[in-house]
Design a protein around this ligand. Structure first.
Ligand code: KIV
Ligand code: NA
Length: 265
């Protein structure tokens, strides 16, 4: 099967072929997702919530993101692997931002990094791009700024914020991002941004008129239970499936049905 590169994603936009993207944080899941034919695997800083149980994405460290990314890269044979720059690894100064991005590229073998924000992080983004590192942008609801927003409600409903988002998308494209994630913004605004850009826009809670879709794997599989925004389609209830298996195992052990005669030496 064809290997996905940033150039392939660009061609997909031009052809009108939608881009599929999911998160993964470990080898076993990434292997399944890659073999099932996903285009892009995001090592998201949502690992902070999903893997580590934190209430936000802020606590996860660069070292922890690198550990997750190394595991995913070992599994991905076909998909493009994009790694989130964690909070604190690029907002401070642009020199630190390039060092963080270089560490991710060098130590993990991933193909790209992702950064949240527009004009306010442009200097860092420019330096990273100058180092030859592909950058995916992320606009709209940017979870690393949750304490500024106060809530996880839909962003850019008001005209001023929508206008800034349109300008930021143009700026990121001009600066050289190969793609942008649009998170939780009105579908109409996402369509406008998508129609006016040459780089692929990947939506999450941004409607159907974008170039691709991304979801958090553990959310779409129904492993996480306490998160059900409107945009989340659950393809399975893995929480219940896994629970059932664990309950059956516990019972088998207690009732001495496991192991049986064939399951021993
Ligand atoms: O960290 C993450 O999972 C993300 C996606 C939701 C886009 O940034
Ligand atoms: Na993220």
């Amino acid at each position: 099967p064809r290997i996905v590169t940033t150039h392939v994603l660009n061609e997909m936009k031009l052809r009108g072929e939608k881009i599929s993207m999911l998160t993964a944080y470990d080898y076993s899941m990434a292997r399944i997702v890659d073999q099932a034919g996903i285009d892009v695997i995001l090592v998201g800083d949502s690992a902070s919530n999903v893997m580590a149980g934190h209430k936000s994405t802020l606590p996860i460290t660069l070292d922890q993101m690198i550990y997750h990314a190394q595991s995913v890269v070992r599994a991905a044979k076909r998909a493009l692997v994009v790694v989130d720059m964690p909070f604190g690894a690029y907002q401070g100064n642009s020199k630190e931002a390039v060092s963080s991005a270089i560490r991710i590229m060098k130590e993990t073998g991933a193909q790209a990094i992702k950064m949240e924000g527009g004009e306010e992080i442009i200097e860092s983004m420019h330096r990273i791009l100058s180092a030859g590192i592909p950058v995916m942008g992320h606009l709209g609801l940017t979870p690393q700024s949750i304490h500024k927003f106060g809530t996880y409600v839909v962003r850019a409903k008001e005209e001023a914020e929508a206008k800034k988002l349109v300008e930021d998308a143009k700026l990121l494209e001009k600066t050289g991002c190969f793609s942008i994630v649009l998170e939780k913004i009105p579908a109409k605004l996402a369509k406008e941004v998508t129609d006016n850009s040459k780089i692929p826009m990947i939506g999450i809670g941004a409607g159907a008129d974008v170039d691709g879709q991304v979801l958090v794997l553990h959310d779409m599989l129904g492993i996480t239970q306490d998160f059900s925004p409107r945009f989340l389609r659950r393809y399975h209830n893995l929480f219940a499936e896994i629970s059932g298996s664990v309950e059956a195992y516990v019972e088998d052990v207690k009732e001495q049905r496991f192991p049986n005669e064939k399951e021993q030496y």
